[in-house]
Every structure is written in C-alpha cells, then in structure tokens.
Design a protein around this ligand. Structure first.
Ligand code: G
Ligand code: G
Ligand code: NA
Length: 254
C-alpha cells in the first residue's frame, strides 16, 4: 500500500492534479464556478481519488503541504482560465489538519499574494462543518480572517455533523452545501424533502445561499427547482473533469 514517503515523493514529482466539477444555477443556466477535486496520477495505478491517499496523511504535516499545493494549483488554474477570457470561481476543499494551523489565514494571504491579477473572491474555501469540532471560537475567528482576505467560504456536507445549526450560526459561510445523503432520496422520501425545505428557510434567514450536492438525475433537479433550491452540483450536471475540458463544457452548457 501507499506510504507517507510515496506521497511525499509524488507531490514533489508533480503527480497530483486537480479535476473540476461545475456548480450551476439550474433556473438561470448560469455556471457559478467549479470545485477543485484532488487526484493522484499514479505512474502504475492510474488516476486515484482522495480516498486512496488522503487518509494516509490526514493527521500529518504533509497534509498541510499538499493542501497549500492545492490552493496554489487552483489559483494557477483561475489565472489560466482568466487569460482565456473565462472568469470562473474555483472552490478548494480545506482539510481539518490545515485549519488547525493558527497561521492558516496568513499562509492563504501569502498564496494569494503570488496572484495579484486574481480577485480573491474567485477563490472559495470549502470547509467541513466537522472541522469546527475542536474550538469553535478559534476556528470561527480563523475563517473570519480568511473572509477578510476576500475569499468565499462554503460549509461542506452540511447537515451531517452534530451541531449543524451552531455552525450555521457561528461560521462566516457564504454558502451551505447540503450533503448528498439528503438529496439522494428526495423523490421518494418526504422527510428528506422536509429537511431540505427547512435548510432552505434557515439559510435564507441567515443570508446564506444553498447548493445541493449529488444531484444525479434530471428528476432530482426538477424536484429541487420546485422547492426553490436553484443551485446544484452532481453527476447529473457534470462529473469532475480535467481542467482542459471545462471551458468547452461551460460553452456548451450556456
Ligand atoms: O474527489 P472525490 O469526488 O472522490 O472526493 C472525495 C472526497 O475527498 C470528498 O469528500 C472531497 O471533499 C475530498 N477532497 C477532494 N479533493 C480534496 C482536496 O484537495 N483536499 C481535501 N482535504 N479533500 C479533498
Ligand atoms: O464532500 P464533497 O462535497 O467534497 O464531495 C465531493 C465528492 O462527491 C467527490 O467524490 C465527487 O466525485 C462526488 N460526487 C459529486 N457529484 C456526485 C453525484 O452526483 N453523486 C455521487 N454519488 N457522488 C458525487
Ligand atoms: Na467539497
């Protein structure tokens, strides 16, 4: 199996790549942005998803190094698309290990500083609500500091933690990403639909936008539109794809 040393070598050999999954407004047809999803282009095993390697380094300082690589690679990609005339917000997943660094906001500022031509609002952080399990006051301050740099913030896998409502209230998120477990059964399960309806109401009271994750079919999309959830991401819209494919996808979608 893969070891920490393999992963470190892979990072330095440039074997990691970002895939991108679009987020859209199903009502207006607008493409809102894309989520960067990490992949390891393994020389023997091919393209590996995060489940194959993130657990190995989750608690290790290498997770911080890889996380900073992800942010930098996302900024590079934003710049490349910008130079092609495509101004597309990109979100990156921030792991718990990264958020435990007290100077995370300073590191983010330094990374952004390398890209003075990029508006910080084009970068968005996706943070699991469970990342706040440690010290809510501290993480909330850290995320406020990040928001102060101008970047967006979404609460990922919303609804799966033990204190979702506390996080909704205390964390300075702009967007709530409803976990796919609540979306999967909305066509058959009135209770999931009720939960989603509740989240929409709450989020709107807090001035947050809501995006549904894991939208796999047309029927799911139609149901979401019917209850007023316009923003969506999922295989039914587009699978994660290489960066080079995204501009053509955006052009076709519009
Ligand atoms: O990419 P995939 O669709 O297989 O994602 C699986 C999980 O890995 C998701 O929960 C996703 O948030 C997470 N993930 C994907 N890319 C990154 C990344 O760059 N950093 C972190 N910390 N998690 C990621
Ligand atoms: O936790 P996070 O939201 O980052 O999860 C992203 C993960 O969900 C990635 O593994 C991505 O490939 C996967 N994903 C994206 N859209 C869908 C979908 O419509 N259905 C399923 N089952 N997984 C999806
Ligand atoms: Na995410």
């Amino acid at each position: 199996h893969e070891s920490l040393e393999h992963l470190r070598a892979a990072l330095h050999a440039g074997e990691f790549v970002l895939f991108f999954q679009p987020k859209v407004n199903m009502r207006t047809g607008e493409v809102l942005g894309a989520e960067a999803l990490l992949r390891w282009q393994h020389p023997q095993q091919g393209l590996l998803p995060p489940a194959h390697f993130l657990p190995i380094i989750e608690e290790h300082p290498l997770a911080v190094e890889l996380g900073n690589w992800v942010i930098d690679a996302a900024l590079q990609q934003i710049r490349e698309w910008q130079q092609q005339g495509l101004s597309l917000p990109v979100s990156v997943n921030i792991g718990a290990r990264q958020l435990r660094q007290r100077d995370f906001a300073r590191q983010l500022q330094e990374l952004l500083g390398h890209y003075p031509d990029i508006a910080p609002r084009l970068l968005e952080l996706e943070v699991l609500e469970t990342s706040a399990l440690g010290d809510l006051a501290q993480i909330s301050q850290l995320l406020e500091d990040c928001r102060g740099l101008g970047v967006g913030l979404s609460l990922d896998d919303f609804g799966t933690g033990y204190s979702s409502l506390t996080y909704l209230k205390r964390l300075p998120a702009t967007i709530v990403k409803v976990d796919q477990s609540f979306i999967r059964d909305i066509l058959e399960d009135p209770e999931d639909l009720a939960i989603l309806d509740g989240i929409l109401g709450l989020a709107s009271a807090f001035g947050r936008q809501v995006i549904a994750e894991g939208v796999e079919t047309r029927e799911h999309g139609d149901m979401l539109l019917r209850i007023g959830c316009d923003l969506a991401q999922g295989y039914g819209i587009a699978r994660p794809m290489p960066a080079a494919e995204l501009p053509a996808w955006v052009a076709r979608w519009r």
